[in-house]
Design a protein around this ligand. Structure first.
Ligand code: NAD
Length: 348
């Protein structure tokens, strides 16, 4: 059994050619013995994590499969029966189209909510205490405290969390540890968060009262551009915004305006509205063509990371393990839309 995992990016036609040249059938062929899995959009951490997992999986004759790279999700007519996402979000697959093609779509619903909540706090502290700037100045032997390094205590501040699900709940507990006042907004109230000391307020209330506001909700039509032109005047002047969820929650033009007018004193962002073109790649020797991204990178109040909030050893292990389990379940015939890791909402 060949097991192959490589990185790169090719067109669908090239992939199909590659498969056929390796003797791998594509459509209407016997699929009983081998599950053929193509790994799309792989980066080095994916290869590093999945190589040993694939080997272990193939050691069990029940679970053998062949793994290749460079796959596209447009192959509904080409014999693809399953999309096994390595992510939690369900905003990246056209689930209606998948259902129309009879494709099972699985995801990794939770890998490490701690990783994301902890990164959100890391971003807050970086924005507030200016640690990226402070560290680079010290490395240049500049030990002065001039040039805007002054921060504030989190203790005693009003901290808002929008979206108190798995990650939001963990974040709430960390915030309470600071001795901050915790206010929350969600379409469903989380009893555990209330018991711990969180107080649910209205959407306008959370905008008006938060010294620090975390976005912890998914990207949905209802949450797209939660930070928009109507909301900007409602924010507490000088507030800090932290977004580790999805870039589309923020209208970047409005964010830039908020930063330039001082309504928003700083933003910690692990996600960016138009990140697809840039994130997970090295652009350091290339010219960035996105004026909003360039503007954000030049703003002193911005601390940006490239979608790495999930990126801990524990989370990568969980992503690998759950993805392999999803593949095994699929191979064992659990292909229905009620699969526990299926990402397609029932009403979609
Ligand atoms: P979750 O589903 O457990 O929680 C989401 C919460 O948002 C739920 O309580 C839900 O009721 C709430 N919500 C839904 N619609 C809302 C609305 N209109 N307003 C306010 N709240 C609303 O999800 P989670 O596991 O906590 O993940 C949250 C988000 O974090 C994910 O959707 C994903 O976008 C993001 N995420 C980012 C990374 C990263 O690496 N940056 C990693 C994992 C997840």
């Amino acid at each position: 059994m060949a097991t192959e995992l490589r990185t790169g990016s090719k067109s669908l036609r090239a992939i199909m050619g590659q498969l056929r040249s390796k003797g791998v059938g594509v459509e209407g062929e016997n699929q009983k013995e081998t599950l053929r899995v193509l790994c799309y959009d792989t980066t080095s951490w994916v290869s590093d994590a999945f190589q040993p997992a694939v080997k272990a999986f193939n050691a069990d004759p029940e679970n053998s499969f062949q793994m290749m790279v460079d796959f596209t999700t447009e192959r509904g007519r080409l014999g693809v029966n399953m999309i096994a996402q390595r992510a939690a979000g369900f905003d990246r697959v056209d689930t209606k189209a998948a259902r129309a093609y009879g494709m099972t779509v699985a995801r990794v619903p939770a890998y490490s909510p701690y990783a994301v909540a902890e990164m959100a706090i890391a971003l807050l502290m970086a924005v507030n205490r200016k640690t990226p700037k402070a560290s680079s100045r010290v490395k240049m032997a500049n030990f002065s405290l001039d040039a805007g390094l002054l921060g504030v205590d989190i203790h005693g501040k009003t901290v808002g969390v929008m979206g108190t699900g798995k990650i939001g709940q963990i974040l709430c507990n960390i915030i309470l540890g600071f001795g901050a006042k915790l206010i929350c907004y969600d379409v469903f109230q989380n009893e555990e968060v209330k018991k711990a000391g969180g107080v649910y307020v209205t959407k306008d209330g959370i905008f008006a009262q938060s010294d620090i506001l975390f976005f912890m909700m998914p990207l949905l039509p209802a949450t797209r551009h939660t930070l928009n032109m109507d909301v900007l005047p409602k924010l507490k002047k000088g507030m800090m915004l932290i977004n580790t969820s999805r870039g589309g929650l923020v209208d970047t033009t409005v964010l830039l305006q908020g930063l330039r007018t001082g309504v928003i004193s700083g933003v910690g962002m692990d996600v960016y509205e138009n990140e697809q073109e840039y994130f997970f790649q090295d652009w350091s020797a290339k010219s960035i063509q996105d004026p909003d991204l360039t503007a954000l990178l030049g703003e002193p109040g911005v601390v940006m990371t490239a979608h790495q909030a999930f990126f801990t050893k524990e989370a990568v292990n969980k992503i690998t393990q759950t993805t392999m389990e999803n593949l095994r379940d699929f191979k064992l015939g659990k292909r229905e839309f009620d699969h526990p890791n299926n990402c397609i909402p029932k009403d979609n």
